[in-house]
Structures are given as structure tokens and as C-alpha cells.
Design a protein around this ligand. Structure first.
Ligand code: GDP
Ligand code: MG
Length: 359
């Protein structure tokens, strides 16, 4: 999973990035002129993996990972200014989802440049910039198709595209993101190539200060009317990430934080973006894999290796819960809780799969 952090200038994107990844990328009150994004990969903490690992004592234990991209600030005028067409943006376009970081802390230096914090206004600005960026792409495409048609270059494909782009343009003009539109499978394939920014799921981090963290219920509920939102005390959590385990617990308790930013954000992202984990286990390797909820066994096989999907025969399947309760694979089998599933089986969170295949 690959998540892009966006937001207004100085909203604390890099601070949150550091809190999540444990890195020490430069955090600045004033513009640094730095344009290349920061990249970080974090493992998704999962005690099921720890426990399988204790059970199988494998040579390798591999956790699921989330990759974070800390992008430059998105301010008003960014879309028209071409922010979304540069090289950095090519990277953002490959993100599975965006997380918008909103400023909700006191800082004299930041307020001196950008005024008092106003997370709802900033959210609207970001939303409109993303809509506008997509609109520019869609309108350009509409013009191109119209020109082709005028020159007699009309194909079933171009006509289908014309229709779908008209719908996209209309929605965007009405302030509706592409993700809200329903597409047929064919249309979906067409639209995917455009990598519209508003087609991606969008989550929000309210970046609160130590002074107001945990006291923003009304604001959070207003923001959540449009986007799934989670509150962090960014600066505080960045500092936590640099402490050792023993000191951390005390500070967290003082602030009423029960879990690390990384653990909370991982869970939030899995839940809100509709991801689940399945596992492969054995003496060689214990590993967690990430797929979309609702995906079938053959797709799960494909995330392991394309050969496994191509030559898919059956999935041997049992559940993490049964394994952890009963203590061994043998006990699971003896209880008759070991199943053989076909390629259309919908994988559940916590399934342990072994794919039988032949190529
Ligand atoms: N008090 C406070 N300051 C913060 C917080 N998050 C970020 N800042 C400050 O805001 C400024 C901008 O932060 P930075 O992470 O570089 O923002 P970015 O431009 O969005 O990457 C820095 O001076 C940070 O120290 C926070 O939660 N509380
Ligand atoms: Mg930054």
C-alpha cells in the first residue's frame, strides 16, 4: 500500500511523516524550496505475524508494509500553476490513496505567514485544487477527442471515451470527485489510465497541537461529513517516535494516546481503504499480504506471484484465529477446520492460504 501525504504549506506533513516513519526529514517553519518528496516505508504491526513466527520459527518473517510519500504543499492556485503535472506528481499519481494533513495547532511563525489555523477552509482549498487538476486533464482530453472526431477519426473507443469524459467533466464542474461516479467494468478500465486525483480514496489527518489535542469533537465531526478523519498531535508524536520504548509509554499516557501514530494510521488506512491481510506460513517464511476486501483466492494468489494465479488449482485455507486458538496446524486439521477453496472463494481477513498450482 502506498499513501501520499498532501496538505497546505506548513500543515505538518513532514512532521507527521517523521512520526509515522521514525525518520528525521527536515521540518521547517519557513519554505525550504525543497521539492523532491520524502519517501518512507513502515512495517504494519500485526501481532498475528509475531505469533505465527514464534510458532513456525521461520527463516524469514515479513510484515506488510505501507509506503509514505511526503509531498510538497498544495496551496490555492496549485492546479493552474501546474503543480500536479511535474515529476513529483507522477509519483503521487501512483499512490493508492491520499491523506490530507490539516493544520490545527498554534505556531506564531506559521501564523505569521499563513494566518490562523482554519482546517475546514484548508480542506475546501485542497478539495477544489484536486478537482481543478482533474478538470484540466479531462477538458484537455475532451478537446482532443472533439478535434479527432472533426477530422473524421472516430472509433468506438473514442466515442466511449467521449461519453465518459463528458460525465467526468460534468461531475467535476459540480464539485463532485471522480470516486463518487459509478462505472461499468469497461469504463473503469478506460478511466484508470487517467489516474484522476479525485478518483483515489481520500483520508484526513487533523494535526492538532499539544494544547488542543483531544478537544476537537465538533470539528472532527464536521470534517467527517466529507472524508474519513483521524486526529494526531503531530509534533508530539514525532518526538515520541524518537524516544525509547520505556519513556514513550509515560508520555503517551499523559497525552491520552493509547497507540503509536504508526499503529493507529495503519489500522485507520486498512479499515477506511477496505484492505485486509492474509498470511502464508511455513518453516521458510511467515508473511503478511495485503489485498482489497472482497478479492478472490485467485487474486490473492496473484499478489504472491503471477504464476500462482495463472496455474491456480486450489487454495488450502484455514484461519489465523483457529491456528492461534488451537496452537498448531495439526490441531486445526484434526478439528476439521482445514478447507480447500476454489478460485472464486472470497478471502477473509486473517485467512492463511497455501496455493496449489501448476504451470
Ligand atoms: N506546535 C506544533 N507545531 C507543529 C506541529 N506540526 C508541525 N508543526 C510546526 O509547523 C511547521 C511546519 O511543519 P512541517 O512538518 O515542516 O510542515 P509541512 O510544510 O506541511 O511539511 C514546523 O515549524 C513544525 O515544527 C504540531 O503538531 N504542533
Ligand atoms: Mg514538508
Amino acid at each position: 500500500m502506498n499513501i501520499g501525504l498532501i496538505g497546505p504549506a506548513k500543515s505538518g506533513k513532514t512532521t507527521i511523516f517523521n512520526a509515522l516513519t521514525g525518520q528525521a526529514a527536515e521540518v521547517a517553519e519557513y519554505g525550504t524550496g525543497k521539492v523532491e518528496p520524502n519517501l518512507g516505508v513502515v512495517t504494519v504491526l500485526d501481532d498475528r505475524v509475531d505469533r505465527f513466527s514464534a510458532m513456525y520459527k521461520p527463516k524469514k518473517t515479513i510484515y506488510a508494509t505501507i509506503e509514505f510519500i511526503d509531498f510538497i504543499g498544495v496551496t490555492e492556485g496549485a492546479a493552474r500553476g501546474g503543480l500536479f503535472s511535474g515529476e513529483g506528481m507522477a509519483m503521487m499519481k501512483t499512490a493508492d490513496a491520499f491523506v490530507t494533513v490539516l493544520r490545527n495547532f498554534r505556531s506564531a511563525a506559521v501564523e505569521g505567514q499563513f494566518g490562523e489555523a482554519n482546517p475546514e477552509r484548508d480542506m475546501d482549498t485542497i478539495d477544489s485544487e484536486l478537482l481543478l487538476a482533474d478538470l484540466i486533464v479531462a477538458e484537455r482530453r475532451v478537446e482532443r477527442i472533439a478535434a479527432d472526431h472533426q477530422r473524421g477519426k472516430k472509433t468506438p473507443q473514442s466515442q466511449a471515451e467521449e461519453k465518459i469524459m463528458a460525465r467526468v467533466t460534468e461531475a467535476l464542474n459540480a464539485g463532485q470527485p471522480v470516486r463518487g461516479l459509478e462505472f461499468s467494468a469497461d469504463e473503469q478500465r478506460l478511466i484508470q489510465g487517467y489516474q484522476f486525483l479525485t478518483a483515489k480514496p481520500a483520508l484526513v489527518i487533523l494535526n492538532s497541537g499539544e494544547e488542543n489535542y483531544g478537544k476537537n469533537d465538533a470539528l472532527l465531526s464536521r470534517l467527517s461529513a466529507k472524508h474519513a478523519v483521524i486526529e494526531f498531535a503531530g509534533n508530539f508524536e514525532m518526538e515520541l517516535a524518537s524516544l525509547d520504548e520505556a519513556d514513550r509509554a509515560g508520555f503517551m499516557a499523559d497525552m491520552g494516546i493509547t497507540e503509536s501514530a504508526r499503529a493507529r494510521l495503519s489500522r485507520f488506512a486498512y479499515e477506511m481503504l477496505g484492505y485486509i491481510s492474509f498470511f502464508t506460513v511455513g518453516e521458510d517464511e511467515v508473511r503478511a499480504w495485503t489485498i482489497h476486501r472482497g478479492e478472490k483466492a485467485v487474486a490473492a494468489a496473484g499478489t504472491i506471484h503471477s504464476d500462482l494465479a495463472k496455474g491456480f488449482i486450489r487454495a488450502e485455507c484455514f484461519s489465523a484465529k483457529d491456528l492461534l486458538e488451537l496452537g498448531s496446524e495439526k490441531a486445526v486439521k484434526d478439528k476439521g477446520l482445514f478447507r480447500l477453496e476454489g478460485k472464486d472463494y472470497v478471502v477473509a481477513d486473517g485467512d492463511i492460504l497455501h496455493i496449489r498450482f501448476s504451470v
